[in-house]
Every structure is written in structure tokens, then in C-alpha cells.
Design a protein around this ligand. Structure first.
Ligand SMILES: Cc1cc2nc3c(=O)[nH]c(=O)nc-3n(C[C@H](O)[C@H](O)[C@H](O)COP(=O)(O)OP(=O)(O)OC[C@H]3O[C@@H](n4cnc5c(N)ncnc54)[C@H](O)[C@@H]3O)c2cc1C
Length: 546
């Protein structure tokens, strides 16, 4: 059974990163979240997978037990871990909320996707809302009494967001929206009293492409000025998708304006829709990275337990090839978690200091965390299945669900191909590689402090590939972006493992032997791929383009 890795989380947050919160408070939060994740979310994971959701004319009904579990989460105040105290939140660092989030996701990813989206909506309204919008919408969202969605995708507009056709027509102090969105997670459900849809749409006459898009707040139930709920708005879930995994997360086709138009309110500036939505998306991208770590952690724990009890004729965990699979999972998770929290910590530092270098670091790491952690989710859940042999392929062990649930993570919230483009074009080329060079210089200090781990070749490979990206043509960069992101991730993950090892020797000697073992395994079995990836980045593009 899944046990949240609370000790490791606390070590990363408090000892390695030194987050701005008392250690005993962090410990208490992690312990209490672990209890709820295991007692309320985990028992429903299989239930939700088997029963799925039901969509009728009156809306979407969630699987049995989901409403109670969500209510337990809301009444514990868990929806507001990182939210501003002014709106009812706990005001804790985002990096701490990431660890808490990981537990919900490991225990029940379908259910936990709902609060993940809420957090993004809270961020977007906090950053772009008027004072009146914040006062009206943030308290119930922070509490979790209402939930939020993000509405970008349309049948003709997936990765190409600029092709969005949903229209917004001015009508007094608000707008009326007409159009159809597809694949909208938690577009409808019966967990909460109201749903706030954040919808990208084009005002009549606005220019084509992303610059003509604005963001609108479209409540399921209209909200009176005193915060009470009014009439049902003209937005409905027309249907839900039947899909490979995450069966208990309703993925909805949303119809806006079948009657006289869905009433929406502008959030942020006219034509500033993408900028405002990016606040939500960046947040959600780190959250999806955490989903990847979370589902792989749950699968890894199950594989570790199974390997000790399965006799062929001795425990299969005694065989070197099984040890290879188990250690691949454990070491990759340790590295990815360290990297993800580092990204969250950069956001926390930016919030506290306003230092643009911290924002640049968070921006740089966001696509790396999203893509690497979710590629790992696919690789590692598959390895966990492999450890189970034939039983892994049989639904009753539960490993197959992890494999199915994980598959979408590399697709939604911007496919991993789009993340690689984002890293190369927006995060590297736009500042001439400055943020990347600063980060790599820090990784070099970690390498120097851990001379027993062979990191130098990988750092040199990354620097060489970075120089190549900065000099290459746009087509070459696009062709090499995915191996470049992987090279960056593996090197950064290994360096953060080296750093964790150094800190554990100083501050947590009980953890040092395990981290030493994992860092050595990662250096010997995963890191050597970096020199091959450098060759692919620098030598593979032309054959793709020919
Ligand atoms: C279960 C689920 C839940 C979802 N939840 C939401 C949600 O809540 N809100 C929402 O708005 N959307 C949601 N989505 C939609 C999701 O974000 C999109 O599916 C995703 O962005 C990809 O768009 P697409 O499916 O149209 O694929 P396409 O854009 O058609 O991409 C197909 C392939 O082409 C590649 N590709 C496309 N353009 C480029 C490019 N410029 N450069 C390189 N490669 C490219 C992609 O990487 C991919 O491999 C969800 C999807 C699913 C399956």
C-alpha cells in the first residue's frame, strides 16, 4: 500500500532548500496530509477507475465516495495550503504545497486533478483579477467550495492555441460567449457548489492568432454581488470522454452559449488572454510534473513490495536485473523530486523578493520538470509493471491502472514536444542562454562538492549542446529540442542528487547511505546517456530535416 515519502519530502524542503516555514510546521502539515491521502483518497482509487463518471442532461455525477472525500479535503482547509491568508489560505510556500499535492496525486490522481486546477485558477485570479473579482471569487475558490477549470482546447485548436474560435460578444458590463471546448477536465461534476470556468475566447473583430485572445471568467451559476448563487449560466457539459485512464476525472465537451450566450467577465486585459492563462498554465505545468512523480512513486512502492515477496525460486528482488529496475525507479524519483521542488522554491523566492533571476529560474525549469517528470511517469510505471511480470498485466494488481492513468501526463497541459519547444525558444534563445548558464554554473558547484560522482562529462555535454542551440537555425533547434530537454533534465537531476547527498551528510546522516546508493546508481546507469544525447542534439537534426 502507498505510504507518502514524508521523511524525504521534509528533508528536501527543509534541509536542502531551506523553505521559509518552520520545520515543525512543515512536518505537521506533511504528516496530516499523509493521513488524509491514505484514509480518504487512496481507498477510492480503484473504485473510481472501475465505475468512472456519468454524464446526463442534469450534469456529471462522480463515482461513489468522491464527494465525501472531497468534502473531507475541503473541511481540513487543504485547498488553501499556498493561498494568501487574506483569502482564507494558509500562506505556506508553494514548494510545501507541491509536496502535499504529490500525496493526493499518488493516492488518487483522478480526484486530485480537481484541486490542481483550482490552484491554477486561484493564481490566475490573484494575478490578473480586479479587487472586486478577487473579493467575490477567491474566498470560495480558496476554501474549495467552488472549483476552477481551464478552457483552451477546441477541436481545431490543440497545440495551436491561436486557432481558438470561441467568440465573446460585449453585452453591457459583461460578455456573452459562444463556442465549444473539448477535453475540459472537471468541466462539470457534483463535488462543489459552483464551477468557475476560465475561458480563452476571441472578441469580435480581434486580430487572428494568440494576440486576439482574451480570458473570461464564466461561472456555472451566476454570482450575486453578495457572493450568493444566482441563475444557471448558459454553459453545459454536453458529454464526457471515454478514455484510457483517469476514468474518474470527467473530461468534458463544454458548450458555451447554446441559448442566449454564456455570461462571462473579462479577466485581465483585452488581448491579454494568453499572458493571463500562462499564469494558470505555468502553475498547472509544475502540478502535472508532480502528478508524474506521484503516480510513479505509488507504482514504484508497489513494485518494491512485490519484488520482496515474489519467489522465483528466491525473492525476485535478489536478481540483479530486478534490482536495476527498482533502482532506476527509486533514483529517478529522488532526482526528479529534488528538481521539481527546486522549481517551486524559485517561485517562492520570487514571490518574497521580486528578484527577476528567481522568476527566470522558475521559467527555465518549468518545461523541464513537466516533460521529464511525465516522461518518467510513463517509463517508470511501465517498469513497475515489468517487475510484476504477468501479474502486472492483470488489472487486479492495480499496476495497470497506474500505467493507464500516467499516459496522458505527457500529452495534456502542453504536450512534451511543446514543452521542449518552450524550453529551447522561449527560455533559452530569448535571453541568449543567460538563465541556463547561471543555472549550469550552480550545478557545477554541486559537482565540485561531490567529486566521487562523475558529473563533469555531463555538464560539459550540456554546455556544448547549449552553445549549439544558441547558434543553430530555428528548424534545427525545433528538431533537437526534445533530446536537449532530456540532456538538461538528466544533468540537473544528477547534480541535485549530488547536492542532496552533500546536505544529507551534514544534516541528515540517517538518510545519507540511501542517497549515496541512489546517486551512485544514477551516475552509473542514467547519466552516461547525456553524452549520447549531446551527439543527438548536435548531429541528429539535419537527418530529421532532410
Ligand atoms: C484527459 C485530457 C484532459 C485534458 N484536459 C484539458 C483541460 O482541462 N483544458 C484544456 O484546455 N485542454 C485539456 N486537454 C487537452 C490537451 O491539453 C491537448 O490534448 C493537448 O494540448 C494537445 O493538443 P491536441 O490533442 O490537439 O494535439 P495536437 O496539437 O494535434 O498534437 C498532436 C501531436 O503533434 C505535436 N505538435 C503539434 N504542434 C506542434 C508544434 N508546434 N511543434 C511540435 N510538435 C507539435 C504534438 O506534440 C503531438 O505529439 C486535455 C486532454 C486530455 C486527453
Amino acid at each position: 500500500m502507498y505510504t507518502p515519502p514524508v521523511r524525504e519530502m521534509r528533508f528536501q524542503l527543509c534541509s536542502v532548500l531551506g523553505v521559509d516555514a518552520p520545520e515543525d510546521l512543515v512536518e505537521q502539515i506533511l504528516d496530516e496530509a499523509a493521513k488524509l491521502a491514505v484514509s480518504a483518497f487512496l481507498p477510492l482509487n480503484r473504485v473510481g477507475d472501475k465505475s468512472g463518471v456519468v454524464c446526463t442532461d442534469t450534469g456529471v455525477t462522480m463515482p461513489p465516495g468522491f464527494r465525501d472525500a472531497y468534502q473531507a479535503y475541503v473541511s481540513g482547509g487543504w485547498n488553501g495550503v499556498a493561498a494568501d491568508e487574506k483569502w482564507g489560505g494558509m500562506g505556506l510556500p508553494f514548494s510545501v504545497a507541491m509536496a502535499v499535492q504529490e500525496m493526493w496525486q499518488s493516492a488518487n490522481m483522478s480526484l486530485a486533478l480537481c484541486p490542481l486546477l483550482n490552484q491554477g485558477a486561484i493564481e490566475a485570479i490573484s494575478a490578473h483579477g480586479t479587487d472586486a473579482q478577487k473579493a467575490l471569487y477567491l474566498p470560495p475558490l480558496v476554501e474549495g467550495r467552488w472549483t476552477g477549470t481551464m478552457n483552451l482546447t477546441e477541436s481545431g485548436a490543440g497545440s495551436d492555441v491561436g486557432a481558438i474560435r470561441t467568440r465573446a460578444v460585449p453585452d453591457g458590463d459583461h460578455y456573452r460567449l459562444f463556442g465549444q471546448k473539448i477535453f475540459i477536465s472537471y468541466g462539470d461534476h457534483d463535488l462543489a457548489d459552483n464551477i468557475l470556468h476560465l475561458v480563452l475566447a476571441r472578441m469580435e473583430g480581434a486580430e487572428a492568432g494568440t494576440r486576439g485572445l482574451s480570458l473570461f471568467l464564466v461561472p456555472k451559476y451566476l454570482v450575486n454581488s453578495d457572493g450568493t448563487l444566482g441563475a444557471r449560466n448558459d454553459v453545459v457539459a454536453a458529454s464526457t470522454e471515454h478514455k484510457l485512464g483517469q476514468h474518474a476525472s470527467p473530461t468534458c465537451v463544454m458548450s458555451f452559449g447554446d441559448k442566449d450566450g454564456a455570461i462571462g467577465y473579462l479577466l485581465g486585459a483585452v488581448g491579454g488572454g494568453m499572458a493571463a492563462m500562462f499564469t494558470m498554465m505555468n502553475h498547472a505545468r509544475l502540478g502535472v510534473g508532480i502528478q508524474g512523480i506521484a503516480v510513479a512513486e505509488a507504482a514504484c512502492q508497489q513494485a518494491l513490495a512485490y519484488a520482496d515477496v515474489r519467489l522465483q525460486p528466491k525473492p525476485i528482488s535478489d536478481y540483479p536485473d530486478v534490482q536495476r529496475m527498482l533502482k532506476t525507479m527509486q533514483s529517478s524519483l529522488l532526482a526528479a523530486r529534488a528538481l521539481a521542488y527546486d522549481a517551486g522554491h524559485a517561485l517562492d523566492r520570487f514571490k518574497a523578493s521580486g528578484d527577476k533571476a528567481d522568476a527566470a529560474r522558475a521559467d527555465l525549469l518549468t518545461p523541464i520538470v513537466k516533460a521529464w517528470a511525465t516522461d518518467l511517469a510513463n517509463d517508470l510505471t511501465s517498469l513497475a509493471l515489468q517487475v510484476h511480470g504477468g501479474m502486472g498485466y492483470i488489472e487486479e494488481t492495480g499496476i495497470a491502472q497506474y500505467v493507464r492513468d500516467a499516459r496522458v501526463l505527457a500529452i495534456y497541459e502542453g504536450t512534451n514536444g511543446i514543452q521542449a519547444n518552450d524550453l529551447a525558444f522561449r527560455k533559452i534563445l530569448r535571453d541568449g542562454g543567460q538563465a541556463a548558464r547561471t543555472y549550469i554554473a550552480e550545478l557545477r558547484t554541486f559537482a565540485k562538492a561531490a567529486p566521487d560522482l562523475p558529473l563533469d562529462d555531463s555538464l560539459t555535454a550540456l554546455e556544448s549542446a547549449l552553445t549549439w542551440v544558441l547558434a543553430a537555425s530555428p528548424d534545427q533547434v525545433a528538431a533537437s529540442a526534445t533530446p536537449f530537454l532530456r540532456l538538461f533534465a538528466l544533468t540537473a537531476g544528477a547534480a541535485r542528487l549530488a547536492h542532496s547527498l552533500q546536505i544529507s551528510r551534514e544534516k541528515a546522516p540517517d538518510m545519507a547511505p540511501h542517497i549515496q546508493k541512489m546517486a551512485a546508481f544514477f551516475a552509473g546507469n542514467s547519466l552516461p546517456m547525456t553524452t549520447a544525447l549531446q551527439k543527438i542534439v548536435e548531429g541528429g537534426a539535419d537527418s530529421i530535416l532532410k
